[in-house]
Design a protein around this ligand. Structure first.
Ligand code: THU
Length: 134
């Protein structure tokens, strides 16, 4: 079992991964770091495209990388953007996170490493699923 990753460490990983963002069109870089129930971390950055609609957000890159790596249970995701203040996942990313757990903790971080904590369910109440049981 890997050593436990703290919230502050997860935010630092998101900040470091923001450096890899490919954002020549918006100029807005985003970094994400996703912690699995087993203690692994998968990171993501936004990847833009000249065909703008093909852009993929940092959070989804992290989730898809984790799933490809065999992980499906997540406990926390840190996200940080280039703007002033805290960064919040967009609705599409919240829905993708909802698929794997409404209770995943979101660490909404700013450029100085400060963060506030919300769950997916708090930001996306009533997220879509094929059958509701909540
Ligand atoms: N972006 C993300 O990476 N995550 C979000 O949750 C919202 C927006 C990216 C997409 C695009 O490259 C840039 O931020 C500006 O919208």
């Amino acid at each position: 079992m890997p050593a436990a990753v703290s919230d502050a460490q997860l935010v630092e990983l998101a900040l470091a991964t923001r450096e890899s963002a490919y954002a020549p069109y918006s100029g807005f870089r985003v970094g994400a770091a996703l912690l699995t129930a087993g203690g692994r971390v998968f990171t993501g950055c936004n990847v833009e495209n000249a065909s703008y609609g093909l852009t993929v957000c940092a959070e989804r890159v992290a989730v898809f990388s984790a799933v490809a790596g065999g992980a499906r249970e997540f406990t926390a995701l840190a996200v940080v953007g280039d703007g002033e203040g805290y960064c919040c996942p967009c609705g599409a990313c919240l829905q993708v996170l909802h698929e794997f757990g409404p209770q995943v903790r979101l660490l909404l971080a700013d450029a100085r490493g400060g963060f506030r904590v919300k769950t997916v369910a708090e930001l996306l109440p009533g997220g879509f699923s094929l059958s509701r049981n909540d």
